[in-house]
Write a new protein. Structure first.
Length: 150
C-alpha cells in the first residue's frame, strides 16, 4: 500500500518534470557551446562532460515523474520515496553502462570525466531531492507542502 498523499503524486510529478526541463536546458546550453567553439573552448570540461551531469537530471526527472505520477505499472505498490530512489539508481546504472559500452561503438570513447560527472550529478540529486519542497513525494512531505511548512 502506498503512503503518498493522493494529490502529491500528480503535484510532485510536475516538480520532477521541471527538473527534467532544467536538465534539458543544460544539455541545450552545452550543445550551444559545442557549436560555438569561440565560446566553448574556454570551458573544455563543461563542454566535454557537462552533458553527463545534465543528463542525470533530464533522464531521472522524466522517469520519476512517470513513476510517481502513474497509478499503474510495476512500481505502483512501492512508497513514492522508494520509487524515486529506484529510478535514480536505474538512471545511474544505465548511464554508467552506456559509458562502458561506448568503446564498442564506431566513434565512442570511454572517459573517466564523464563517469565522474554522472556520479556527481547522482550524488547532488540524491542529497537535494528530499530537501526541495516541489520534489518531495511522501505523505509527510505532501502534508508539509500543503500546510506551508518547510
Amino acid at each position: 500500500m502506498s503512503t503518498s498523499h493522493p494529490a502529491a503524486n500528480g503535484q510532485h510529478a510536475y516538480g520532477w518534470l521541471a527538473l527534467c526541463f532544467l536538465g534539458n536546458t543544460g544539455l541545450e546550453f552545452i550543445d550551444f557551446l559545442r557549436r560555438n567553439p569561440a565560446i566553448g573552448r574556454d570551458f573544455p570540461l563543461l563542454v566535454g562532460s557537462g552533458r553527463n551531469f545534465a543528463a542525470v537530471f533530464a533522464i531521472s526527472g522524466v522517469l520519476v515523474a512517470v513513476a510517481i505520477g502513474s497509478p499503474m505499472g510495476p512500481l505502483r505498490g512501492m512508497p513514492p520515496s522508494r520509487r524515486v530512489n529506484g529510478v535514480l539508481w536505474f538512471t545511474l546504472v544505465g548511464l554508467l553502462l552506456w559509458e562502458a559500452i561506448q568503446p564498442l561503438t564506431a566513434n565512442g570513447v570511454f572517459d573517466w570525466y564523464d563517469v565522474a560527472a554522472t556520479c556527481a550529478a547522482f550524488v547532488v540529486t540524491v542529497l537535494v531531492w528530499p530537501k526541495v519542497r516541489w520534489l518531495r513525494v511522501d505523505a509527510a512531505d505532501a502534508s508539509r507542502a500543503h500546510s506551508g511548512r518547510p
